[in-house]
Design a protein around this ligand. Sequence first.
Ligand SMILES: Nc1nc2c(ncn2[C@@H]2O[C@H](COP(=O)(O)OP(=O)(O)OP(=O)(O)O)[C@@H](O)[C@H]2O)c(=O)[nH]1
Ligand SMILES: [Mg+2]
Length: 700
Amino acid sequence: MPAEVSNQIVPKTIALAGNPNSGKTTVFNALTKLRQKVGNYAGVTVEKKTGTLTLEGGRTVNVLDLPGTYSLAVRSPDEQIARDVLLDRAPDTPRPDLVVCVVDASNIERNLYLVCQIMDLGLPIVVALNMMDEVEKQGRQIDTGALSRELGVPVIPLVANQGRGLEELKEHIRAGVRADYTRQWRMAPDLEEEVEHIVRLLQRHEGMDNAQAFSEAMSIFSVGRMSENATDTQGKFYKAELIEQINTVQDRLKRQGLRARSAAVEARYAWIKTIIAKTVREPKTRKADLTERLDAILTHRIFGWLFFIAVMALMFYTIFTIASYPMEWIDSAFAALAGWIQTALPDNALADLISNGIIAGVGGVVIFLPQILILFFFIGLLQDTGYMARAAFIMDRLMSKVGLHGKSFIPLLSSYACAIPGVMAARTIESRRDRLVTVMVAPLMSCSARLPVYTIMIAVLIPNADAWEKSGIMLLMYALGTAGVGVVAWIFKKTLLKSQKPLFIMELPPYRMPSLRAVLLQMWERSRQFLKRAGTIILMMSVALWVLMSFPKNDQLPASEQLRHSVAGQIGTAIEPVIKPLGYDWRIGIGLIGSFAAREVFVSTMNIVFNLEEEAETDVLRENFRRAQWPDGRPLFTPLVCLGLMVFYVYAMQCASTVAVVYRETGSWQWTAFQILYMTGLAYLAALLVYQGGRLLGFE
Ligand SMILES: Nc1nc2c(ncn2[C@@H]2O[C@H](COP(=O)(O)OP(=O)(O)OP(=O)(O)O)[C@@H](O)[C@H]2O)c(=O)[nH]1
Ligand SMILES: [Mg+2]
């Protein structure tokens, strides 16, 4: 083995680091064959993910996908995760022995800043120069060989989403790596001298190596004068003697008006500029590209909104039209299954549980799978084209009035799909208070689990409506949720969580052709979760509710009275006085209580309710709804009740999984409990307003 490669090591753990939206997860998925979510906006990955890369020859390497970050000076929790791993402060993760810096080559200058900071850590580095296709489109040329020589680290051009360059990257990992570059950027000589002084102190007192000591010195400078109980990046306490000496240096710098931190930023950028000048050739002429032309319309003050509303309306229209066919197939399949069970099994409690409990409950929810698929097809398109970031941008204009900024909108828009990723995406927000406000309001956005409830209520409300009318009502529900977010956030910002209006910094990524794979992947992933919910939480709730609705059996009572005297019926009856002002009877009460576990459970519960009731002549829920009556013969599901129920589900926090995630992300059961209470209260008031207000106006 030649001497010069003898100190190369084959890495055991590699980390993918880079700016947000530079393609880290795309590279990660390609290396590990996993399917983590990618999307064309900043802040898709907010947790670190681990996978395994199998190299030619069978050797395996751990791969870490990190959240994107612009610099190692941390501002938000997701960036903190990336920084902790790189500085070896993450207790559960070994320090990577190779960092693959994924660089968005079409934004090379800004991206190299992080590369430069990571180089200061002294770890072996490979630069994965991604998005080379976009560089070509821009008409620029990057001399990757020269770039590698100038930086002193390997540079591998990549088009990760087409799989180009990945073999070279793997080959590089296999061949082994080492850190044999030196820092090339320099600050003013007297500053350098002082930095050097501290580096020597750290080496002597703390036993750090040169690179460790340097990055430690830079972070000491960024904090300023050290306190008595300062700790190093490993969390170890500094010796008092060392702190004193370091503070002497800091004081001296201050007297001379030298600012190490900003000097380092400038020096890094100056170095990057010289590298860019030597390695990047700009096109002679530049015309406005597609992104700029599209954005002139799509982020326009008026047209931007019109387009957004049109997209949403189209989405719902498709959901109502195309989805209705497969929904009918699923429905008849379940009906056939239930019929077969009834004939195949003797007429006993088990048959009843299967056909009236499980099939009615789970089947009643699974029917909605086609709608969920279509919803996620659209959401996937919006995310992968880059339109999502524009939607956040136009919303920002409105929402800055209530004190929320654009960064809250990615979490909120994600909550249209599901509040869980939405709440987690709030990690990208720097200010703790703004993060908390976002978490508190995110579940008010209508998620996919509301779809079944809305759909069924709309079908009862306007039986003969066409798909456009149905879409209109659906759009209204989504708008009500979004408006609720605005109002509630505004109140929070005025009262409990006062903070300054944050600066709006959000990147608008270029529009990209959506990758069909990424969209299909998300549809698949989401449907899997939806079906898993149906098979677990909904199944369990269906069985539990069936038991509560079937027992105790009372032979003295006529069959039609059995349900009412069951445990569930008695609970429903007990809360009837509370919900009667909303126009609901005890049967709806059972549905409301059941759906505290998950919103879809409302639909499955009502299915079970009407299947158990003797007079039910049909399995079709909306028919049963239309036929349901109060004891005095008045119809139960009047238009106002349907509308009120929808509005109730717009605002109510009926989702145990979201509650769990909110608790995890806020770390506070007080805030978690508060959220459940305020949302339930809001839901009740809104439904009351619809029902009683509507009656005052003469509707029924
Ligand atoms: N044109 C082009 N697009 C790419 C390339 N690599 C990734 N993309 C797209 O860029 C977008 C961002 O990719 P991600 O892999 O989610 O980026 P990330 O760095 O993980 O982003 P965060 O998790 O938000 O930090 C996605 O829409 C990808 O499909 C590439 O080489 N060329
Ligand atoms: Mg990512």
